[in-house]
Design a protein around this ligand. Structure first.
Ligand SMILES: [Fe+2]
Length: 252
């Protein structure tokens, strides 16, 4: 895998990045740039920009000056917040309370990224949705199922970190399974709230997401997935992914 920026059309660019665990295994990561009708940009997630990728991003955004805001969507994706804040010093910086705690030296905006106030600022160009029935910020550092998802209706793109993943298909199996399969994060059962009705709330949120994204064309998933869908296919596959993990969820 190598770094790239891909134009998905209608003002959405996905950045496919490298993230090496222990300096060796590249699990990949992602960020995105969204051009608003005003011509200004929003960055979804943070990524260290180097070399050719940096040149491309800077060319697109008037040397970074056209980036108005950086939205860090996943509470446990905190590695690159500081470098992005340096690259785009004039951009308003949003994150979750966990981002604030990990980087207390950065100039965070007072509204949490997952708040309705932030969603209202970028509507209707971007629609943000927080999964129901699970923790956004789990007390268990290994539970990464919660995230804030971003839907860009103009390009029919869903940008999602960890909650929904794409399973890469090894080259040898590609003749049998040509496309990466959707799966829900394996830590989802551990992220469930203990409230009565949490499971139903999660299912109904997923069903609502499937309905909202019925025309989805692009799924951008961290850590390494990008897949194009025929209209209608994503919704069916998302429901199927839920049913595969459903029996592992606590009852209630
Ligand atoms: Fe992650």
């Amino acid at each position: 895998m190598s770094e790239s920026i891909q134009d998905l059309g209608q003002g959405f660019w996905t950045i496919r990045g490298d993230l090496k665990i222990g300096g060796v295994l590249n699990v990949g990561t992602q960020a995105a740039l969204v051009r608003l009708p005003s011509g200004r940009f929003v960055m979804l997630d943070s990524y260290p920009l180097r070399g050719k990728l940096r040149e491309q991003v800077m060319a697109l955004t008037d040397g970074g000056r056209a980036v108005d805001a950086i939205l860090n969507l996943h509470p446990f994706h905190t590695l690159h917040c500081a470098v992005a804040a340096v690259d785009f010093p004039q951009a308003r910086l949003y994150g979750s309370r966990r981002h604030w705690a990990r980087h207390p030296d950065l100039s965070w905006q007072p509204e949490p990224v997952e708040s309705e106030a932030v969603a209202a600022m970028f509507a209707p160009d971007l629609e943000f949705t927080l999964p129901a029935g699970i923790d956004y910020i789990s007390g268990d550092e290994r539970v990464h199922a919660g995230s804030l998802l971003a839907w860009h209706p103009a390009s029919r793109t869903l940008h999602v970190d960890d909650t929904i993943n794409l399973l890469p298909v090894p080259r040898l199996l590609q003749p049998l399974f040509p496309r990466p399969r959707i799966f829900l994060h394996p830590s989802l059962p551990k992220a469930m709230l203990t409230d009565a009705g949490a499971r139903e709330a999660l299912h109904s949120w997923l069903h609502g997401l499937a309905q909202r994204c019925t025309q989805l064309r692009w799924l951008c998933a961290a850590h390494s997935g990008l897949r194009e869908f025929e209209p209608g296919k994503f919704s069916d596959e998302l429901e199927a992914a839920y049913h595969r993990i459903e029996r592992k969820l606590p009852p209630g």
